[in-house]
Design a binder for this molecule. Structure first.
Ligand SMILES: Nc1nc2c(ncn2[C@@H]2O[C@H](COP(=O)(O)OP(=O)(O)OP(=O)(O)O)[C@@H](O)[C@H]2O)c(=O)[nH]1
Ligand SMILES: [Zn+2]
Length: 384
């Protein structure tokens, strides 16, 4: 979470961990909290020992010297500058003894997920089980496509590897490699490769996703040993099944890094356009990088001189998702109000309306550099 392009020398910079009502819990960067907050930490501790717990549930359950409960400056409200979970912000007027502050500015976002609404996500940790529930290739494909469509990196973990043989693992691994993915086999139950996952999460903002029953809660509890404690002591924010609200929160990993949980869901919507779908299959994308189809509007369904072809394992998945994408596009065309369309869509499919879409709103199919540039332009415009 370093390497911001904007100079923040001499300023207090932090990351928004949670948003509730008009308050933002901001975790200050360590070195600053160390320098400027140590005195405050003392005061905060004695304050929390002496006072009755009137604090909002946003406050960290374990008093943390480097987090401040902040409001948003009026100037930001005036320019319509939203503050999201994951945002890097500049904090002014820290009141160390009161544990409060004010957000004066938001640094340019590197990425922005829609559902869950989190800025600056570095990767999506996709968890599937190799058995119990069985690994469903189409379902896995669907999650992978959804993840690809966000433009954020994916880390694919296959849990419950204790339930299959090494040969079976190798088979799955080879198969996924042909799809364009490296996978990590883990077992939360037998503590296999968990430290490796922990290392991948180091100093990054990660969102965990995957279907129900694959072991996401088990993994979170293993990575954040006090997660259970938080569940008991605060409002059960990490208790799965309580995700019927849109509440989003980043949890601190003991080894550094932030992790956000998403509600369990089985079939993410693939609301991308038919034309872009093919680019979310790495194995097909590779072919399009070195050649091109005869027709510029080729949908790769046996058109003449199509470079994508049909000799790849997930071609069937592609055709299935393409049908969905075409149906979705047709649906969109029938609608005039895009707002109502999206609502209707999720109801029409009979799906839980709180399903995360893991969708990046504006930045599909643009390189990260362009994304950042666009955002910077956007911010410059807003400031003027
Ligand atoms: N054999 C085996 N079982 C596991 C492992 N990890 C988790 N489980 C079991 O799998 C079941 C589901 O685990 P959860 O952690 O609740 O799964 P989840 O992904 O959080 O499920 P949702 O809350 O529905 O999204 C539990 O009974 C766990 O004990 C593992 O590595 N091996
Ligand atoms: Zn083609």
């Amino acid at each position: 979470m370093k390497g911001d392009t904007v100079s923040t020398a001499g300023q207090l910079v932090g990351t928004v961990l949670a948003v509730q009502a008009n308050f933002y819990r901001v975790q200050l960067d360590e070195e600053q909290a160390g320098e400027q907050g140590s005195r405050g930490a003392e005061e905060q501790r004695s304050r929390e020992e002496n006072s009755s717990p009137t604090a909002s549930s946003l406050e960290s359950p374990v008093p943390s010297p480097q987090s401040l409960l902040c409001t948003r400056r009026t100037r930001l409200k005036k320019i319509g500058q939203q503050v999201m979970v994951g945002d890097r912000v500049i904090v002014e007027e820290p009141d160390w003894s009161g544990g409060r502050g004010a957000i004066a500015d938001v640094l340019p976002r590197q990425s922005e997920l829609d559902r869950p609404a989190i800025a600056n996500v570095n990767q999506i940790l996709l968890v599937f089980a190799v058995a119990d529930p069985p690994l469903e290739p189409v379902q896995l494909s669907r999650f992978l496509i959804k993840t690809e469509s966000t433009g954020v990196d994916v880390l694919l973990c296959l849990n419950k590897c204790d339930l299959i043989t090494e040969e079976e693992q190798q088979e799955i691994s080879d198969r996924l490699f042909s799809w364009g993915y490296k996978s990590i086999f883990i077992s939360v139950q037998n503590n296999i490769n968990i430290p490796q996952v922990d290392e991948y999460l180091n100093n990054k903002i990660t969102v965990i996703a995957g279907p129900s029953g694959v072991g996401k809660s088990s993994l979170i509890n293993m990575l954040i040993p006090d997660a259970n404690l938080r569940v008991g002591e605060v409002s059960g924010k990490l208790a799965r099944g309580r995700h019927t609200t849109r509440h989003v929160e980043l949890f601190e990993l003991p080894s550094g890094g932030l992790l956000a949980d998403t509600p369990g869901f089985n079939q993410p919507d693939l609301n991308c356009s038919p034309e872009e779908l093919i680019y979310y299959f790495p194995e097909a994308r590779k072919r399009l990088e070195i050649g091109s189809c005869r027709f510029s509007d080729c949908l790769h369904r046996d058109e003449p001189d199509c470079v994508v072809g049909n000799d790849w394992e997930r071609y069937e998945h592609y055709l299935e998702f393409l049908d969905d994408a075409i149906a979705y596009q047709t649906f969109l065309k029938q609608q005039t109000d895009p707002e109502s369309t999206l609502k209707l869509m999720s109801k029409g499919k009979g799906q839980n309306q709180y399903e995360p879409k893991l969708e990046s709103k504006k930045y599909r199919r643009v390189s990260r550099r362009v994304q950042v540039q666009n955002l910077q332009d956007f911010y410059t415009d807003s400031e003027d």
